[in-house]
Design a protein around this ligand. Structure first.
Ligand code: ADP
Ligand code: MG
Length: 498
């Protein structure tokens, strides 16, 4: 009895030794052939467990790990094992399946190495709802090994968001040219990170995804691209922590070549996520990987974000997207309807371009509503009166919340003063200026009469309002800087009133 046991143990240990020495040889070759950091991350933690015939079984920490190796290191692993053990040799994986409770032993599953090299990583617009990095089944049930197809990293890009569909105008010129330069030379430009900001519906997502799509198109698998919203990032991170996968999460992100994180204002107040992102950011930046971020406001204005992150956001280039001017709105309308194979009368475009000024999404909404109504009601030719009727509600909706109170609040917000002050008698220079601007905008952005406006500003009479309006108009004609200030405020009011 005792003897049998002993010989069994001996057999095991000699087998392990063998597996170990073979794996050590493999590691030497692999180390010489890949970047040291990647070697450290992905190969160091692997344990050799068994050697039989020409099959070396290695233990990897998770099913995800296995998929990653198969996806990214198939060729080198295959040729290495053949070099060490001869033709026909291969790996087999033993995967430790993590369990929520730690008290039991690790459960493991064995999987063979594939017999053919992996195909191309596909660009897909569909995430799995949880984020792009974990195969759907793996999230829901960590004990199921998904098919190899599922293991592919999804770039998460919407293939409709391309540069050729992105109309250029004064409102986006800088951001667009920088985006193209980045797509031509990811990571190797001075726009790293590239920080795009601007209000809702102004094209941030479209622009940054265009970069990703162009890189995928021009460089194929040479660069791994990942688009993710900050919310998804946070969800994945939380999920990773909950499942003891934080390390994998971090490594995975660090191995991406072009990382696009959309709407990072939603990192506000999420300290743990920010910290994780900070480390990922540093690792990527250090390695010359491209980082692209968007937000609804400039880096310095994003609330509750750590100072050290904000300062990094400023390392590269920040570019804003403004509300498109009339001509650009017109061009976008033309393009969108052309895409849909419908021609509208120029007067209809003019009407829409005049009435939908706050976001490109609204412009599209207007065109879509016209198209939908035309097709539902089987109308061949929409004329202007009909278009006006169809769009009446939408226009009302986009304008409905602009009130004098909102204008006062946003103007005061802009200048950092207390909104009550503009209604009081104060004659302090900065308050007078804010009051005059708010009066001017109340006149131009609402249908209120001079009298009503005066009443909202502490019961002033209409001649005070007239005076305010004309002094703002004077400044507008002489100061481009003032024009810009007014444009910014107006944009904020429109965005806030949607
Ligand atoms: P944001 O991310 O800033 O909220 P999106 O990128 O989602 O805005 O843009 C809203 C819609 O407007 C999208 O359908 C997008 O394709 C379209 N769009 C935005 N900017 C442009 C542009 N310059 N040319 C054409 N379409 C645009
Ligand atoms: Mg967006």
């Amino acid at each position: 009895m005792v003897e049998t046991k002993k010989s069994h143990t001996e057999k095991l240990s000699s087998e392990t030794r063998n597996a170990q020495s073979v794996w050590a040889e493999c590691l030497e070759i692999i180390r010489d052939n890949i970047n040291y950091q990647k070697y450290n991350s992905w190969f160091q933690p692997i344990k050799p467990v068994h050697l039989e015939d020409k099959i070396l079984t290695i233990q990897v920490p998770s099913q995800f790990w296995y998929e990653w190796l198969e996806e990214h290191y198939y060729n080198i692993m295959r040729s290495t094992i053949c070099k060490v053990l001869g033709e026909g040799a291969r790996f087999e994986y033993s995967i430790v399946l993590e369990k929520a409770e730690q008290e039991q032993n690790d459960l493991s599953v064995r999987l063979p190495q594939r017999s053919t090299p992996p195909g191309n990583t596909s660009v897909s617009s569909q995430g799995n709802g949880y984020g792009s990095l974990y195969p759907t089944e793996a999230i829901e049930n960590p004990f199921i090994i998904p098919g190899i197809q599922k293991s592919k990293i999804e770039s998460n890009l919407n293939e409709n968001y391309v540069f050729s569909q992105f109309i250029e105008g004064d409102c986006n010129r800088l951001a667009r040219s920088a985006a193209i330069a980045i797509a031509e030379n990811p990571g190797k430009n001075s726009f790293n990170p590239f920080f795009v900001y601007g209000g809702v519906g102004l094209g941030k997502t479209h622009l940054v995804q265009s970069i990703g799509n162009k890189i995928r198109q021009d460089f194929g698998d040479q660069y791994s691209v990942l688009y993710i919203s900050s919310d998804q990032f946070t969800n994945e991170f939380v999920h990773a922590i909950r499942n003891n996968r934080a390390r994998e999460f971090s490594m995975l992100y660090r191995s991406i070549d072009v990382l696009i994180v959309d709407d990072i204002q939603f990192f506000s107040g999420k300290e743990k996520t920010q910290e994780e992102f900070f480390h990922i950011f540093n690792a990527l930046h250090q390695e010359g990987k491209q980082i692209i971020l968007t937000s609804d406001r400039a880096p310095k204005d994003v609330p509750d974000i750590e100072e050290r992150l904000i300062s990094r956001f400023n390392w590269g280039l920040s570019a804003d997207l403004q509300m498109p001017d009339y001509e650009t709105r017109y061009a976008i309308l033309e393009k969108k309807s052309l895409e849909n194979g419908i021609e509208f009368d120029a007067k209809i475009f003019e009407f829409i371009a005049h009435n939908f000024k706050s976001s490109i999404r609204d412009l599209q909404g207007a065109i879509i509503k016209l198209l939908a109504t035309a097709s539902l009601q089987k109308i061949d030719n929409i004329d202007l009166p009909m278009a006006k009727r169809i769009l009446k509600d939408l226009i009302k909706e986009t304008k409905k919340h602009i009130s004098i109170e909102n204008i006062q609040r946003l103007v005061c917000d802009y200048f950092g003063i207390d909104p009550n002050k503009v209604r009081e008698k104060t004659r302090k220079q900065e308050i007078v200026e804010a009051r005059q601007i708010a009066m001017y905008l109340s006149k131009t952005m609402t249908k209120s009469s001079l009298k009503t406006i005066g009443l909202h500003f502490g019961g002033r009479d209409h001649s005070t309002v007239i005076h305010a309006i004309s002094s703002v108009e004077d400044r507008l004609t002489t100061s481009p800087k003032f024009q810009q200030v007014l444009k910014d405020i107006q944009q904020r009011i429109e965005l806030a009133s949607m």
